[in-house]
Each structure stands twice: as structure tokens, then as C-alpha cells.
Design a protein around this ligand. Structure first.
Ligand code: PRP
Length: 215
């Protein structure tokens, strides 16, 4: 049997995804070993293997077929715009993509001023401001800790993920507009979906049932 290969976004999502798969009988002891330096984990019996990748690389592995299946946040899917099928909302890692900033920036938004927008997600930010709000802005790409930008005068607002809102609150920032809800999604390579249709469909069905039981 050919291995069904999964690319998982490193971090909390990967752990939660493996917990869900474990409930379906997938056994991958090594995955839980904190000392392992292994990059690929295998369940020989089920013919499945798993690897961890940086979130933004997961859609790339799946589009090229290096992984049949990926688990990654909707934020990354929207930002990367890869050719793949999004097949299931795993309903974990729920959060929101928002425009945030100090309260004083609300007026600048309202008047469609030419503001600067700092973000790790330039594609999402551009789509939101240009297509949805029809407002011309300057997008500044950052690699992380985006909340810093309005605090030090790099930008008037940011486009970023808000989960609990703690980071914003502790830095005197607030949600000004909500762009879209986010959560972890299962994505599938377009060729794998045809070649491994039975196995993938069965897996989707089992996961869907598990999600239904847990919500
Ligand atoms: C994410 C996001 C926010 C924070 C939101 O950052 O970019 O900074 O979490 O969570 P909260 O609403 O619960 O405070 P992450 O930890 O991924 O780090 P990064 O911004 O440096 O990439």
C-alpha cells in the first residue's frame, strides 16, 4: 500500500491534529517523543506518514504532491493561494483575522485615508483593503510581532490574527474591523484526491464524525 503522506503545520495545530487522528486509531508513538530529531513519523499499519513543516510551506508541499494531505490554518491557505482542495474544517485553532490598531486609527479608516498597514499577511490585507473596502493603503510586510508596528510609528493599523485578544489589550490596541474567521483546515492535493479517493474520503468521513461528537 502506498503511504498517505500528511504535512502538518508545526506547533499546537500539529499536536491537536495528531490527537484527533489517534482517536481514529492512528498510532505514532514517536511523534510524542520530545527528544526525537526525526522529521518523518510513520504508522506502518495504516500506511500513513506525517511530517512537520513551517505553516506557510504546508500548502506548497500539498500543491506539488510531496504531501497528499495538509493541515494548516485558513490564514495560510488564503495567503498562499495554492492550487489544492480545501476539504474539511477541523474546528480547532479558531481565531479571527482582523484590522487592529489604536482607537485613534478608527477615524483614519472611516475616512479612507492613505494609511500604512503592517502585516505578515500582505495578500489578505491587500485583498481586504483594495477589493472589499476599496481603500488605497500602503502595505508593509513584517515577519512577526506585528503589534509593535503601530506602537513605534511604523504603521497606523495592522492586519493580524486575534485569538484571545490578550496581545492587543496588553499593548493598548483594539480590533477595529473583522476580516474573517479562521480555523485549521484539511487540504488535499488535486491528483491525490483522484488517485486515493477511497482512503481520503473514508478519512474525511471519520474526522467529520469525530468533530460532530466533540461539538
Ligand atoms: C499570534 C498573532 C498575535 C497573537 C494573537 O502571534 O500574530 O500576535 O498570536 O493571540 P492573542 O489574541 O491570544 O493574544 P504568534 O504567537 O503566532 O507570533 P508572531 O506574531 O510573532 O508570529
Amino acid at each position: 500500500m502506498r503511504y498517505l503522506t500528511f504535512a502538518l503545520a508545526k506547533g499546537r495545530l500539529a499536536g491537536k491534529t495528531m490527537d484527533m487522528l489517534r482517536q481514529l486509531g492512528v498510532s505514532c508513538q514517536e511523534f510524542y517523543d520530545p527528544d526525537t530529531r526525526r522529521l518523518i513519523f510513520t504508522d506502518e499499519e495504516k500506511g500513513m506518514r506525517f511530517f512537520l513543516a513551517k505553516a506557510c510551506d504546508v500548502p506548497t508541499y500539498v500543491e506539488y504532491g510531496a504531501a497528499d494531505i495538509g493541515v494548516v490554518g485558513r490564514d495560510t491557505i488564503l495567503e498562499e493561494r495554492r492550487r489544492l482542495y480545501e476539504v474539511l474544517d477541523l474546528e480547532i485553532g479558531k481565531c479571527r483575522m482582523c484590522v487592529c490598531g489604536p482607537e485613534s486609527s478608527r477615524e483614519l479608516l472611516r475616512h479612507r485615508q492613505l494609511i500604512r498597514v503592517a502585516t505578515k499577511y500582505p495578500v489578505i490585507a491587500k485583498d481586504y483593503f483594495y477589493n472589499h473596502r476599496q481603500q488605497t493603503v500602503e502595505i508593509i510586510k513584517l515577519g512577526g510581532s506585528v503589534e509593535l508596528a503601530p506602537l513605534v510609528g511604523l504603521s497606523e493599523v495592522i492586519v493580524d490574527i486575534v485569538e484571545t485578544g490578550t496581545t492587543l489589550r496588553e499593548n493598548g490596541l483594539t480590533v477595529l474591523e473583522e476580516i474573517c474567521p479562521l480555523s485549521a483546515r484539511m487540504v488535499v492535493n488535486q491528483v491525490s484526491m483522484k488517485m486515493e479517493n477511497e482512503r481520503i474520503k473514508t478519512l474525511i468521513g471519520q474526522l467529520r464524525e469525530l468533530i460532530r461528537q466533540q461539538t
